[in-house]
Design a protein around this ligand. Structure first.
Ligand code: AMP
Ligand code: ZN
Length: 470
């Protein structure tokens, strides 16, 4: 079965076919964060869905080249830098760094490229594209000296969002802020410099200013991936006007169809409302880590609901994620114990178990049906636990089972954090073993309490002491 994806453009689930004649390489562009603040976990829902898409395509043998841009100049970043009394580049750097740390905490694979809009090569490309659009009469400079895209020149505008362009035309008076434009829907390609922009300005043949947000993505996407992309993703709020504008600008400049497959994830909601900075109903990853949750638990909660369904965020949901991961950990622990004893030839796995593994990937082929895939994984766990309880799996078969888990986990990235025992705790355990061999039980109990005070529990088993975090 091939990978099938829902395309926002056609509103159909379509067979995924990359442009590469060899059917191997996939060019994927994903709109990244605006670095004026810490990203909230709603933003990360989008990045985690894109991570799942990339990992599943790779599991199916595709080679994905992925770009995620950083929007480091726009109204919000400029306003933030001014309020903080810092240079724009210094202000955004803090949030760029924080973003990369969060990506790692959530186990999101790094993209191949993270272009930032203010890098000179991209600014130069934005200016070149705008220059070309002006020359073609598709863009115009208004009285306010800003440059706008003339929507009337691109009849397909609205096709992605399934909007009728005529409905976008104002019937009554034009908003006074917009009086310079020919049409209220025309969007800015270049914003003329004004005092509020301070030192943030670049020189262009039509005057100083800065790029509009939409042209940033068109320039970075085509600079790194060429005029035609296989996949472009974002959250549903990006569809209009951002992605419509990207299509219009890019296609007018290159003459080629910009994107084959458009994918958008539904919002992360809080009590029926979109999680957003402006509504003030957001959590950052740091907030949740501060409440004692791990990046892996947040990843689980954000990943395991199908991307086109709204996901309601709750703390109870994170607790559910913790419980589900506990079940997976327990099972992985159980099947890992056999890893080093595989001397006999146990033969293939029972058919029902291999079918669960195939079922996991087949579900993902179906427009990333992650809830179906997780259902297969939990069936695999239940059925293999029962087979182990009844002594029906040989060590070699159990080792095979571990391989199935490893291939599933290359997509999920749900493995347990490797537990690093702090040196002082390890030293206490060692001392405790010494006093125990001298049968000094009082000292042994005292050391157990001391270890507990460091947040660790020590259990005495026939194979020696076993440590676990409290
Ligand atoms: P922004 O920094 O606002 O440009 O958003 C970055 C990415 O996060 C975009 O792809 C948005 O569509 C996405 N996004 C923003 N809020 C949410 C949300 N509550 N749920 C899911 N995705 C979101
Ligand atoms: Zn974008």
């Amino acid at each position: 079965m091939s990978v099938r994806l829902f395309n926002t453009y056609s509103r159909q689930t379509e067979d995924f076919t990359p442009l590469d004649p060899a059917g191997q390489r996939v060019k994927m562009y994903t709109c990244g964060p605006t670095v004026y603040n810490h990203a909230h976990i709603g933003n990360f829902r989008a990045y985690i869905f894109e991570d799942l898409l990339q990992r599943h395509l790779e599991a199916r043998g595709y080679e994905v080249e992925r770009v995620m841009n950083l929007t480091d100049v726009d109204d919000k970043t400029i306003r933030g830098a001014r309020a903080a009394g810092r240079r724009l580049a210094d202000f955004t750097q803090v949030y760029k760094d924080a973003f990369f740390t969060d990506l790692d905490t959530l186990r999101i694979k790094r993209a191949d490229h993270f272009p930032a809009a203010t890098e000179p090569r991209y600014i130069a490309r934005m200016i070149a594209m705008i220059g070309q659009l002006l020359e073609q009469g598709i863009a115009y400079q208004a009285e306010d000296r800003s440059v706008y895209f003339r929507l009337a020149k691109f009849p397909a505008y609205g096709a992605l969002a399934h909007l009728n362009l005529d409905e976008l035309r104002p019937s009554g008076r034009v908003n006074s802020d917009e009086y310079e434009k020919e049409n209220i829907g025309d969007f800015a390609l270049w914003k003329a410099w004004d005092e509020a922009d301070g030192e943030v300005r670049w020189e262009a043949p039509w005057g100083a200013g800065r790029p509009g947000w939409h042209i940033e993505c068109s320039a970075m996407a085509t600079a790194l991936l060429g005029p035609e992309l296989d996949i472009h993703c974002g959250g549903v709020d990006n569809i209009f006007p951002h992605h419509e504008a990207e299509i219009a600008q890019s296609e007018c400049c290159t003459g080629k169809k910009f994107v084959r497959h458009w994918l958008h994830c539904a919002h992360l909601m809080v009590e029926g409302q979109k999680m957003s900075k402006s509504a003030g109903n957001f959590y950052t990853l740091r907030d949740l880590i501060g409440k004692g949750f791990t990046g892996r638990e947040v990843r689980y909660a954000l990943l395991t609901v199908n991307y086109r369904l709204p996901l309601n965020f709750t703390i109870a949901g994170l607790e559910g994620a913790r419980a589900a991961l506990g079940r997976i950990d327990e099972w992985v622990g159980r099947i890992s114990d056999f890893r080093f004893q595989v001397s006999d030839l146990g033969g293939a796995l029972p058919a029902n178990l291999s079918e669960r593994h195939e079922g996991f990937f087949n579900a993902l082929d179906d427009d990333l049906n992650i809830s179906g895939a997780m259902g297969q994984l939990f069936d695999l766990i239940r059925e293999s636990n029962s087979a182990l309880d009844h002594g029906q799996l040989t060590p070699a078969q159990t080792a095979e089972l571990l391989k199935l888990w490893e291939s599933i986990n290359r997509v999920l990235a749900f493995e347990r954090e490797s537990i690093v025992v702090p040196a002082e705790v390890a030293a206490l355990v060692e001392r405790r073993q010494q006093v125990r061999s001298d049968k000094d039980w009082t000292a042994s109990d005292r050391l157990r309490d001391e270890i507990a005070a460091h947040g660790w529990i020590v259990k005495d088993t026939k194979d020696g002491p076993k440590l676990s975090p409290k």
